[in-house]
Design a protein around this ligand. Sequence first.
Ligand code: NDP
Length: 335
Amino acid sequence: MIPATGREVRLVARPVGEPDPSDFELAQAPVREPDEGEILVRNEWISVDPYMRGRMNDVKSYTPPFKLGEPMEGGAVGTVIASRSKIPEGATVLHGLGWREYATLDAGSARPVDPERAPAQAYLGVLGMTGLTAYAGLTEIAPVQDGDVVFVSGAAGAVGGVAGQIARRLGASRVIGSAGGPEKAAKLTKDFGYDAAIDYREGELERQLSEAAPNGIDVYFDNVGGDHLRAAIAVLNTYGRVAMCGAVSQYNKTKPDPGPDNLFQAVGKRLTLRGFIVGDHQKLMGEYVQRASGWLREGSFHTEETVVEGIDNAVDAFLGMLKGRNVGKMLVQLK
Ligand code: NDP
C-alpha cells in the first residue's frame, strides 16, 4: 500500500556557525508513485554525516549546496515498496535520498544490498561510505607500510573507529587514536583496538602525541584538522604521510582557524599531505567489502553504532553527532 504522504526534513535557513534546530523543518509531503524505470523506497535507516554541514552553506564545493525549502539528501537504506524497474518489490536498496520517510527515484541510482550478508544499516557505515573512506585513505592516499606508526583523529567515530583497525591489518606496528573525553578515550584501547589513546579535551596535544609515539608517527589520518593537524606535523617522521580526510573541528566555525603555523616542517621532513574524497575511490568498494566482510565474519573487527529513533529526531541526531554524542556510526532508524 502506497501512503498518500510521508515526512521529510527540509533546510529552511542557512546556519551561521553551529546549526540551530530552527534552521530545519519537518514537513509532510505527497508520496509520488514510481514512473517507468523508477522505484519507491520506504527508508528504514538514514545516515547523518559531517559533510552535510558543508552542504548547508551556499558555497561552491565538490557537492552542491542543499536547496532552501527542499528536503536534504544523504545516504539511506530501505525497502522497495513499488517498482517499475528491474529491482523487485521487497528488495533492500542503498541510495542517496535520505532525510525522508519515502523516496521515489530512478532505479539506476539505487544499489541493491544483501541484508543476509550484513544488517541493512551496515551499508551506511562499516560496509559503506565511511568504511571505504578509511580504507581508501590508508591504502591509496597515505599507504600504510609494514611497521608504520599510525595516528588517527576522530578515532571513536564512524570513519576513525574502523581506520585504526584497518591500519593494523595493513601492517602498522602501533596505532594511536584521539577522541573527546575520558570515556571515549578509554574505549579506543578497550574496544577499538588502539594501542594508545589521547583525550584531546585535556589539551597539550603535541605533548600527548609525542608521549604516545616516542619514535614519531609515519602516517596521520586526519578527521579533525586544526590543532590535531598541527600536532601531527610536529610529530611526523621524515617522509611521513597525511591522509587529509576531514576537518570536523572547523565545520561550525564562522572564521576557520588559519593553517598550521608549523607547515614549513613539511619541507624539511619531506612530508606528503594529500586530501581526498571517497567518491573518487568507488573502484575499491568490491575489494574493501570483501575484506571487511571477512573480518566481520571472523568477529575480529569491532564496530559500533549510535542509533536515534524516528525522523522527528533526525536533526537532533545530526547536531549531536557534530558535538560528539556518537560512538561509531550515527544513524537514524525510521519505524
Ligand atoms: P564521526 O562519526 O567521527 O562524527 C563526528 C565526530 O567529530 C564526533 O563524534 C566528535 O567526536 C568529532 N568532533 C566534533 N567536533 C570536534 C572538534 N572540535 N575536535 C575534534 N573532534 C571533534 O563522523 P565521520 O566518521 O562520518 O566523519 C569523520 C571525518 O571524516 C569528518 O571530518 C568527515 O567530514 C570526514 N569524511 C570525509 C570523507 C571524504 O571523502 N574525505 C568521507 C566521510 C567522512 P569527539 O567526541 O571525539 O569529539
